[in-house]
Design a protein around this ligand. Sequence first.
Ligand code: AMP
Length: 396
Amino acid sequence: MKTLNDFDFSGKRALIRVDYNVPLNDELEVTDNTRIEAAKPTIMHILNQGGSCVLMSHLGRPKAKESEFSLSHIVDTVSQVLGVPVAFVADCIGDQVENALAQLPQGGVLLLENLRYYPEEEQGDHEFAKALSKWGDIYVNDAFGTAHRAHASTAIIAENFKGQCCFGTLLASEITNVNKVMHHGEAPVTAIIGGAKVSSKITIIERILDSVDHLIIGGGMAFTFIKAQGGSIGNSLVEDDKQALALSILDKAKEKGVRVHLPTDTVITQEFNNQAYTEIAPIHTIPDEWMGLDAGPETRKNFAAVISQSKTILFNGPVGVFEMSTFAHGTIALCEAIAEATKNGAFSLVGGGDSVAAVKQFNYGEKVSYVSTGGGAMLEMLEGKTLPGIAAILNA
Ligand code: AMP
């Protein structure tokens, strides 16, 4: 895997695909600069070696060249985060960029306009990729959030940089950390798969059965398994057409020697709101009209016991409706158990969608080993797919 360390950037211009698809408020100010911070190590590495940086990104989903999607709105924030001046050019290909580069001092940083102002970007157009490739001697991909797209700037462009392209620091660490769980995890390896639906997690579950010793299934998706086993789940979330699949997963897990842990009790309620009256029920005997919205106290204890024995932990999907404080206790208990195991030497990866939001919301971001930055991209990696943005560099 080629990284920044394989190149000497001094006197060179790096063309870096970053993920600056950041949220803006109505005044078009950046409201969360996590992604701008995330790309900083790569940019500073190159600047510190005496290289120049041309940054390219998309922002939102423009249909034409609507001004609210202009990356000009984020230039000041990028400059503040990096602590260096950042120039901006109102196009990403053509003469304007040529002129801006002619004025860019050695060691300078230039941000190009939104790549998606050109439909060719998402089409993965080879000519567009070639036009972009003129702006750098070395191509660096550090945009993990879009690595699962075969777009011009994320994948196709690499064909113009044979032997002259690499992963940035962020993308390289995402790859290394997911491999730590999927291929080189110290045993026992435990995956916690929660969230709403079996259907959205099925590929991951099937894939990770080859990598894990323990599989904890929680959240809404657990009820499909419980019903398939003959349990009464009241009004809890269920995908009836996935019951057979759930049973076949349990069979496969048994064949592979993976121990599956399902909830044994649950916090039940009759109303889906934070003020609702709640009770605790055994998971197999939820009364009619009631639904389970969080892991019960016994389940929390059981799950924590498995986690405390684990040396490698993947957390993907909350075990309750954590957005409401009444039903967040299970997910918080899980975060606490993962933090404790991490403190005792386990490697823990939080990745893919809502578990990242939960870990951040409950302030466990610093207490786990790694929090992935890419929702969809991380999910596809865990599903075992080769991401186009990664393959392009490996093959170039
Ligand atoms: P996902 O995007 O598939 O990871 O699902 C995350 C969502 O699952 C969150 O919004 C949770 O509120 C929801 N969820 C977790 N547990 C339950 C449950 N028992 N019933 C309904 N929704 C749940």
